[in-house]
Write a protein that binds this ligand. Structure first.
Ligand SMILES: C[S@@+](CC[C@H](N)C(=O)[O-])C[C@H]1O[C@@H](n2cnc3c(N)ncnc32)[C@H](O)[C@@H]1O
Length: 344
């Protein structure tokens, strides 16, 4: 391994250990909140070791890609310590409420701020995914979200999001000049930032169904130019046919009912120019191998993820093929896969 890769990997390993440390505080908080000690899964130590090894492999591949220039080192730029620790304190306070919600199995708990939006979103979306406070419908949820996901994956979430970039790079090695990308369900814009760093001259349209998440994305991406924002459902996008060179999403499909997943891919296909790329990053599925079957089974028992089981049994590769997309290419890493296919 060359010096540059080793440097990136050392930083990424330390960052990951930092988030893993934050993750370790949550069971204590959960116990304090509920008075219950949740039992450890069977073969806990072996599973933990397997997970850490897979995470390390992903960080190593990601670091190699950074030093090879697949995307710039700025994807690793950390936020300021004040912002980080202030948010972690709020996550701990919120963790208390999540534990109570989880204990009561209450996934329909909304305050007045969230209720304003409930009418305008589909039924499958009106819930507290992951038992998250506010679901996707409050500013506070949007502020905490990326950090919470990074804790959940012990610092592996960003590198998983980046799995789509080497696949895009194979088609577009340059700076993105003349390209127009559409990101659906962009959340607070984490992958949008990585795509813009890799393709500084591309124009990127960032969409999400959640108004508060989109507002958060707008403020987080304010330093980037040629990025525009639009609140929109991934299955019904207000854009003209054959407009985009790439349409992609990250961590969306596992949160959708099967019929909506199909609709989302069809809608992306409609919006792509011929030769354009449809892309996604999402959880591994059953067809991706035996290795993490236990994790795929465990995840929806701990977090409110009502469509996850169905998602894992219906390969995304097949859905893309059914929509007429061709030449699917896949990049797996840790608990996720990046997948792209082309519109003929
Ligand atoms: C797990 S988050 C992923 C967010 C972001 N892509 C990321 O990488 O962190 C799921 C996102 O999908 C959005 N979402 C869910 N269903 C949607 C739909 N039908 N149309 C558009 N966005 C949707 C949510 O609002 C949320 O921001």
């Amino acid at each position: 391994m060359d010096m540059k890769t080793a440097l990136f990997l050392t930083y990424q390993t330390a960052r990951s250990a930092h988030y893993a440390g934050q993750q370790l505080t949550l069971p204590f908080l959960d116990r304090l909140a509920t008075g219950r000690k949740r039992p450890l899964p069977e073969d806990f130590e072996a599973k933990r070791l397997q997970t850490l090894n897979a995470l390390f492999d992903l960080l190593k591949e990601d670091s190699t890609r950074i030093s090879a220039g697949v995307y710039p080192w700025e994807v690793l730029k950390p936020e300021g310590p004040g912002t980080h620790w202030g948010r972690f304190a709020r996550i701990l306070m919120d963790g208390w409420r999540i534990s109570h919600r989880k204990e009561k199995k209450d996934a329909h708990d909304f305050d007045d701020e969230a209720r304003v939006y409930l009418e305008e979103v589909p039924e499958y979306y009106r819930r507290n995914f992951h038992f998250q406070t506010g679901g996707y419908l409050t500013r506070q949820s949007a502020r905490l979200y990326e950090h919470q996901v990074e804790i959940l994956f012990a610092g592996g979430a960003d590198a998983m999001r980046r799995l789509i970039l080497p696949l895009m790079r194979e088609k577009w090695p340059g700076d993105g000049e003349g390209l127009h990308f559409l990101e659906v369900a962009a959340g607070t814009g984490r992958l949008s930032r990585f795509v813009k760093l890799a393709y500084p001259k591309a124009r990127v349209t960032v969409t999400d169904l959640s108004w508060p998440y989109l507002q958060e994305a707008r403020s987080r991406l304010a330093d980037l130019d040629r990025v525009e924002f639009m609140q929109a459902a991934a299955e019904n996008l207000p854009f003209k046919d054959a407009t985009y060179d790439a349409v992609y999403s990250c961590f969306l499909f596992h949160e959708l009912p099967h019929a909506v997943r199909r609709q989302v891919v069809r809608e992306g296909m409609r919006l792509l120019r011929p030769g354009g790329l449809y892309g996604l990053v999402d959880s591994l599925q059953k067809n991706d191998g035996e290795e993490f079957q236990w994790a795929l089974e465990q995840f929806p028992t701990e977090f409110h993820e009502p469509f996850f089981k169905n998602y894992t049994s219906h390969p995304m590769e097949k859905l893309l093929e059914d929509a007429g997309l061709q030449g699917a290419r896949c990049q797996r890493g840790f608990l996720a896969k990046g997948l792209v296919a082309e519109k003929p």
